[in-house]
Design a protein around this ligand. Structure first.
Ligand code: NAG
Ligand code: NAG
Length: 483
């Protein structure tokens, strides 16, 4: 008994000692933190607030790092996030646009800057984009016009994005290089250009410009938006600027490490044939069952087109002809698509083409044979409601395609035709942009990527922004750009 008591006493004694120690520790820590607090806020900022850095940056640490001097990019790296991600429905996407020299954008359209102005005054005149097939890839023009006009807008109703002048307040950084027209118009060598075309030179200049910007350095480019809608645009610079979010027509000519559906945005082509306004046609009054007009390519795609041609050429209500849509061709194709129930989209030398968007504008139900195709805003839009997808392997089976198309009855077709009329506006480019048209839909698609971009940025800042880093210590762990 005695022994046992002594034993329990011992336990009690140890317990109370531990208790006493704990209380002392707590008191000690409280007083220590009081000392810290009175010693000045910047120190406190480093530790307890670190979790909130992204949301609540009060700029205190900025001035301090400026003084250190040896890590100049750090100060700017504290990007101020607005609450966009918490409230996507009524927050605008804040876009900072570089004032790139006019040779990168409107001068490529023939506009001449007066004096030191960078941008045309679009309140008086809007420079025209070259017409014809150039227009297919004109997204660079429409997005830039929308940003420019956001500054003069009386009200922001219907707008997704606004231009902000302070990059620290922006969700994304927009690079207004008109890469598609640069490729279409300026990639051929002129006699006086010995080795490099204007298109190549502009890309070199762009890479030099971007990698020297504070905005690029703080993010490594991850929050930058670069447009390269023509499959051959940005051919030289794409492998150097890939951390950015690209806006593309498809991924056909990109290695997955440089561009992919997680990181990048697919934008529609601007259709080149006329809209079918006041379309009162129906299943019966569209005489052509299946319509295809396109080129034969020698590369991948040509084979499928030829096979399908031989399979379909004797079907009397099928229009299948080769030839690209040029001048007269546009008028012909407009008539053809407006008179057809179904329009074929076959992979060419790239998985996508403007034909799909021509078909949508014509309310001609698209039949898509392109296994690698990626479609605009497919995360919010179900294409199966107004398109028919056929795997290439099936389409190449004798009679499969024609039997499938013939099996779709009036009711089913009319449902898809009605849906086409509902969605066609999502693919319209125009200025001023409005009502969830292509311009707004692309900004919205970008806005949906912002949280993923922020996740990547925060991860890349883990080591970069820790207290020891703020004291100017360097580490081999850091991405090269921060060293
Ligand atoms: C830009 O925004 C940041 C964060 O809101 C602010 O601290 C800074 O002073 C602003 N810069 C200018 C030039 O207004
Ligand atoms: C379509 O209908 C509207 C209203 O009825 C009319 O104003 C417009 O001119 C028509 N468009 C065409 C291309 O016929």
């Amino acid at each position: 008994m005695v022994e046992r008591n002594a034993h329990s006493m011992g336990i009690f004694g140890r317990k109370s000692l531990f208790c006493l120690f704990s209380i002392t520790s707590v008191l000690f820590m409280l007083s220590w933190s009081y000392v810290l607090r009175s010693a000045g806020r910047p120190h406190l900022n480093i530790v307890p607030n670190s979790k909130l850095l992204a949301l609540a940056d009060d700029g205190n640490s900025r001035s301090r790092t400026h003084r250190d001097g040896d890590i100049p990019t750090l100060s700017k790296s504290r990007k101020k996030f607005n609450l966009f991600k918490c409230n996507p429905s009524n927050q605008l996407l804040k876009v900072f646009m570089y004032d790139l020299p006019p040779q990168f954008h409107f001068e490529l359209l023939g506009w001449k800057a007066e004096g030191k102005t960078v941008w045309p005054d679009i309140r008086s005149t809007v420079p025209q984009y070259p017409g014809g097939l150039n227009l297919q890839h004109s997204i660079e023009y429409w997005l830039t016009l929308d940003l420019l006009s956001s500054e003069f807008a009386d009200n922001l109703n219907g707008r997704t994005a606004i231009r902000v002048r302070n990059s620290s307040e922006a969700d994304v950084i927009f690079v207004p290089f008109f890469s598609s027209i640069s490729y279409n118009r300026f990639s051929r060598l002129k006699p006086h250009q010995k080795r490099r075309s204007m298109n190549t030179l502009l890309q070199e200049k762009l890479v030099a410009f971007l990698t020297a910007q504070e905005e690029w350095k703080r993010s490594g480019g991850k929050d930058h938006i670069i447009m390269a809608h023509h499959p051959n645009s940005l051919l030289d610079a794409r492998v150097k600027l890939w951390p950015a979010m690209y806006i593309l027509s498809d991924f056909g000519r990109y290695p997955p490490s440089v561009a992919n559906v997680e990181k990048d945005i697919i934008a529609p082509y601007k259709h080149v044939i006329r809209n079918y306004d006041n379309d009162t046609s129906d299943f019966v009054t569209r005489p052509i069952l299946l319509y295809f007009q396109g080129a034969i390519y020698r590369k991948y795609g040509g084979f499928i087109r030829q096979e399908l041609f031989y399979m379909l050429k004797d079907e009397k209500d099928v229009h299948f002809s080769f030839g690209s849509v040029q001048k007269d061709g546009i008028k012909q194709a407009t008539e053809g698509m407006h008179s057809s129930k179904f329009c074929l989209n076959i992979a060419g030398d790239t998985p996508s083409s403007n034909r799909l968007f021509d078909a949508i504008a014509s309310h001609c139900v698209p039949v898509i044979i392109s296994d690698e195709i990626e479609l605009p805003y497919e995360d919010v839009l179900d294409y199966s409601g107004f398109c028919i997808f056929v795997p290439t392997s099936e389409a190449l089976k004798e009679k499969f395609l024609i039997n499938l198309i013939r099996s779709i009855d009036k009711e089913e077709w009319t449902r898809m035709w009605t849906r086409l009329k509902e969605v066609e506006n999502l693919f319209e480019y125009r200025h001023p942009s409005k009502d969830n048209d292509a311009v707004q839909m692309i900004w919205q698609a970008i806005a949906r990527k912002v949280p993923a971009v922020n996740l990547k940025l925060h991860k890349s800042w883990r080591f970069y922004r820790t207290p020891w880093r703020e004291r100017g210590l360097k580490s081999a762990l850091l991405p090269k750009i921060f060293q």
